[in-house]
Design a binder for this molecule. Sequence first.
Ligand code: GLP
Length: 245
Amino acid sequence: MLPTAQEVAERAARVVIEGVRAALASGRTEPVIGLATGSSPVGLYTVLAGAVEAGEVDFGRARGFALDEYVGLPPRHPESYREVLLREVCGPLGLPPERLHVPDGSGDSEEALAAGAADYERRIAEAGGVDVQILGIGANGHLGFNEPGSALTSRTRVKRLSERTRGDNARFFDSLDAVPTHCVTQGLGTVLDARRLVLVASGAGKAAAVAAAVEGPLSASCPASVLQWHADAVVVLDEAAAVGL
Ligand code: GLP
C-alpha cells in the first residue's frame, strides 16, 4: 500500500521491469507482457515509457498480449482495446505494433468468435506464455472481462458484459447504448498461467473489490480472488483502495 497514485505506478512499473529482466535472464529473447486496459494502468504505462526513454528497459523485442477486447466494434474504433493499446502502449513504450496481440472481437458468428479465442490461446502458448501480466480490477471484482460467476479455470472465450461493467465503461463511449454487450476475454485460467501478476488499483471505488479479492474466499463471485492461487502475484494499492484490508 502506497500513499499516492504516482507511487503505485512507480512500484508497479518496477515489478514489470523486473519481470522482463528475469525473463531475459532465463534465456527468453522475446519477453511477453500481458497488457490491461482501463484507467488503472495508465500511470504505470507512463512510468514505463519514462524508463524506456532512460534506457532502463527496451520493449522492441517484447510481445504484448491484451487481456480482452470488445465484440462488434467497427475496425479502428478508437475505444477498441487494439486501438487503445496501439495509442497508449505501443507508441510510448516502443512496442512494435506487429508485436501487439489482441483477441479478435470481429467474428460475425459464435463459431468465428470461438475459433478466434482458441487461436489466441495458441498464440500465447507459441510465444512461450506471459512473463508478466499487468492487471486492473473491476469494481465488481472482475479481472479482464471475467465477470462474477466466471469459471476459475476458464480460457479465452466470449462473455456477456454485466450491466455494471457496461455502465462503468460508458464513460469511454457516447452513450450507454454504444457500449458493446459482449467481449472476448482471456479466462481466469489463462491469466493464472502468467509467470508473474501485478495488479494495480487506486481509489475508494475499488476498496470492496480489493478486500474481497485479497482477503475473501477464493470464489467465482470475486474473479480477482484467483490471485490468491498464484505463487507470484503482486498487488499494488493506494490508501483509498486498501481501506478495506
Ligand atoms: C475494464 C477492463 C479491465 C480493467 C477493469 C477496470 O473494463 N476490461 O481489464 O481492469 O475494467 O477498469 P478501470 O481501471 O478503468 O477501473
